[in-house]
Design a protein around this ligand. Structure first.
Ligand code: ARG
Length: 287
């Protein structure tokens, strides 16, 4: 049920009515957060990171979700798994079906079974342990009733076929080419069932052409906003929670009738993650 509606303020454009749909989210408190290894260009173990600050910023993000009316479930973090805070990578959940994650790097492999166990203990009975490497919602984004799937750095393209077969939904493969945007959710955000925003330079020429074909009205985001992980955003259909440093996106989103909500998660960016990375959506039924 929509909780909040809004009429777009822009008079030049047709009125857009947006409704926020309450979501059920899974998050993992970063009690063991640290940068002890490097598996993406953002991670520098020699640079100091502040675990207490990371936890504080994460708590604010959780509070923003709660204030917006979303339900937040928690998974216990495990010591020795500093990236477990990035719950988006833990699985992909559509229609109550759970596709487990199989990580590319051995530093994170133990997270796959840890997340899967949470699902088995929390009443999700349709669960698949995958054969191909896939890093959950890091590379699988649901747009309406289709899945946009990233590859190039982390998820194996074979996982795209596996997801299509398991969920019974069309999967569109997109190839990422810029190592700074190594997961699809760092380069593209789904705003509503048929609206997305993305950073064109993160994609191969063919994948960019596919995006332009599928979403001719999409927001193409500038480098300055992509570089501060502005695309690592969570949308409930009206509110778009995103890193506050992505200032260039504020007006663009407002113009389209969305309500941008900036949060400071700068400490987590030292591990190459931001808002969306901390957020896994638990999609129960259809719709
Ligand atoms: N340090 C983590 C990694 O490189 C960051 C994961 C970010 N998560 C995401 N959904 N993009 O795997």
């Amino acid at each position: 049920m929509p909780t909040d509606t809004n009429l777009s303020a822009s008079s030049a454009k047709p009125t857009t009515i947006r409704a926020a749909i309450p979501r059920r989210l899974l998050m993992c408190p970063p009690r063991f957060f640290d940068v002890t290894y490097s598996i993406n260009p953002w991670m520098n173990p020699r640079k100091p990171s502040d675990g207490a600050l990371a936890l504080l910023q994460w708590e604010r993000l959780r509070d923003v979700y709660l204030a917006l009316g979303h339900a937040v479930e928690l998974i216990e973090p495990l010591s020795g798994l500093p990236d477990m805070v990035f719950a988006a990578n833990g699985a992909t959940v559509v229609d109550g079906k759970v596709l487990g994650a199989r990580f590319r790097h051995m530093e994170r492999t133990a997270e796959g079974p840890a997340y899967l166990e949470w699902f088995l203990r929390n009443g999700f009975d349709e669960v698949l342990w995958p054969e191909a490497v896939n890093e959950g919602e890091g590379d699988f984004l649901l747009a309406g009733r289709r899945i946009l799937a990233g590859t190039g750095f982390r998820s194996d393209p074979r996982s795209h076929a596996e997801a299509q077969e398991f969920f019974g939904l069309p999967v569109t493969s997109l190839t990422l080419v810029n190592p700074n945007f190594y997961h699809l959710d760092t380069a593209l955000a789904v705003l509503s069932p048929d609206e997305i925003m993305y950073y064109p330079d993160a994609f191969s020429p063919g994948s960019l052409a596919v995006l332009r074909e599928m979403f001719p009205g999409a927001i193409e985001v500038a480098k300055a906003d992509a570089d501060v992980f502005g695309l690592n955003a969570f949308s409930d259909g009206y509110n778009v929670v995103l890193p506050q440093a992505a200032v260039g996106l504020v007006e663009t989103l407002k113009d389209r009738g969305f309500n941008p909500v900036g949060v400071d998660v700068a400490e987590l960016l030292k591990a190459g993650g931001s808002v969306k990375c901390c957020t896994l959506e638990l999609r129960q039924g259809r719709g």
